[in-house]
Design a protein around this ligand. Structure first.
Ligand code: CAA
Length: 384
């Protein structure tokens, strides 16, 4: 077992850390307050090759491994989880899904610009549309219909909580073609956002990741060419699940980053803040908190790295991805809350960043499968 990062992984870590410090930190409080989408930061990520990190170079990507992606996600999420969620959805749901299950034509037309993150000089990213008002955790019960009309499908329905909902140029949409077949009657489609019949709802006013672009998207008699279906008829639910397995590694890495960011702030503050005549980290009450934070973070990091390693080895990573997400998201919530506590009253105000990290942490226990869903996935895997 070798825990040492390669030269290339260390370079990616350095580049991501510098990007987070130089490009994400300035203005992060204002973007959070005004719910401003970090478009400039996403454009810079495209230039760095971070929007298609794992896509092959022939498909416009950077051809890196999953561990490099985890490392970059951790660094960026330490500072701005609104940037990293947009990056994560494009990398591990959209690009990965098309590269692994799309046709050569679909890859040429959609994956190349998505992996490059730009088309004709403008930001070009995707979104993943599975959740619906009545199908969140219970994702097999899709109400959005995709009726087979011969040379095209006709889509009707509503999707919600869609990350990159208004900014994305391309949607990956799951919809029910034959309800009598249950999950085996679901299809996945690549749909251009400017297709007639698509309406994007208002931006959600959220607790955390407030810069992230979260919308509902409605489909009214939207015609989708047959060649835009991903995989064989009825493959859509399996496509969504297999793609989400990798997505969960991305969100686990985001949670890891939120936890590490909050911990680093708490550690620095504990060295500078004095009470009862000494820096507060010399008080055992604070030192125990810091020790527990560091230990939980390291265990979350090892789970993330292990899941990424399994994916890169071509092993089944369903279980390890679920474990990484479950543990890293709980760690993010706990560490960020404790980081606020270490800061005392200062932790409760925006200038010290930890209150934002605490708010951002919460979503990692919810999206791409709630903690309860991860336990269900793990439970089914270990008892089968
Ligand atoms: N990997 C591979 N296949 C999977 C799978 C997984 N993790 N989970 C389920 N499947 C397969 C099953 O094996 C089954 O296939 P077979 O019939 O061929 O065996 C099929 O999918 C149906 O699964 P189940 O019979 O287990 O169905 P279920 O209803 O009992 O459970 C579920 C399904 C696991 C709860 C699933 O609905 C689920 O994961 N729900 C959570 C959905 C989710 O994560 N949503 C996130 C939204 S996207 C998002 O948040 C992106 C964003 O913007 C940030």
């Amino acid at each position: 077992m070798d825990f040492k990062l390669t030269e290339e992984q260390l370079m990616i870590q350095k580049a991501a850390r510098e990007f987070a410090k130089q490009q994400c930190l300035p203005g992060v409080i204002e973007r959070d307050e005004h719910q401003k989408f970090p478009k400039e930061q996403l454009e810079q990520l495209a230039d760095l090759g971070f929007l298609g990190m794992m896509a092959s170079t022939e498909n416009g990507g950077a051809g890196m491994d999953t561990l490099s992606y985890v490392i970059a996600m951790e660094e960026i999420s330490k500072v701005d989880a609104s940037v990293s969620v947009a990056m994560s959805v494009n990398n591990s749901l959209v690009c990965w899904g098309i590269e692994h299950y799309g046709t050569e034509e679909q890859k040429k037309k959609y994956l190349i610009p998505l992996a490059q993150g730009k088309k004709d000089g403008a930001l070009f990213i995707g979104a993943f549309l599975l959740s619906e008002p009545e199908a969140g955790s219970d994702a097999t019960h899709q109400h959005t219909s995709a009726l087979d009309k011969g040379d095209h499908y006709l889509l009707n329905g509503v999707k919600n909580w869609i990350t990159n909902g208004s900014t994305a140029s391309v949607y990956l949409v799951m919809a029910q073609t034959d309800a009598s077949k249950g999950p085996k009657g679901i299809n996945a489609f690549i749909i251009e956002k400017n297709t007639p019949g698509i309406t994007v709802g208002a931006k959600e006013n959220k607790l955390g990741i407030r810069g992230s672009d979260t919308h509902s998207v409605s489909f009214t008699d939207v015609k989708v060419p047959k060649e835009n279906r991903i995989g064989a008829d009825g493959f859509g639910f399996t496509f969504a699940m297999k793609t989400l397995n990798g997505g969960r590694i991305g969100i686990a890495a985001q949670a890891l980053g939120i936890a590490s960011g909050a911990y680093e702030l708490a550690l620095a503050y504990s060295k500078q803040r004095k009470s009862f005549g000494k820096p507060i980290h010399e008080h055992q009450a604070i030192q125990f908190k810091l020790a527990e934070m560091a230990t939980k973070i390291q265990s979350a990091r090892l789970l993330c790295y292990h899941a990424a390693w399994e994916k890169d080895q071509g092993l089944d990573y369903t279980n390890s991805a679920a474990m990484a997400k479950l543990h890293a998201s709980d760690t993010a919530m706990w560490v960020a809350t404790e980081a606020v506590q270490v800061h005392g009253g200062y932790g409760f105000v925006k200038e010290y960043h930890v209150e934002r990290l605490m708010r951002d942490a919460k979503i990692t226990q919810i999206y791409e499968g709630t903690s309860e869903i991860q336990k269900m996935v793990i439970g089914r895997n270990i008892t089968k």
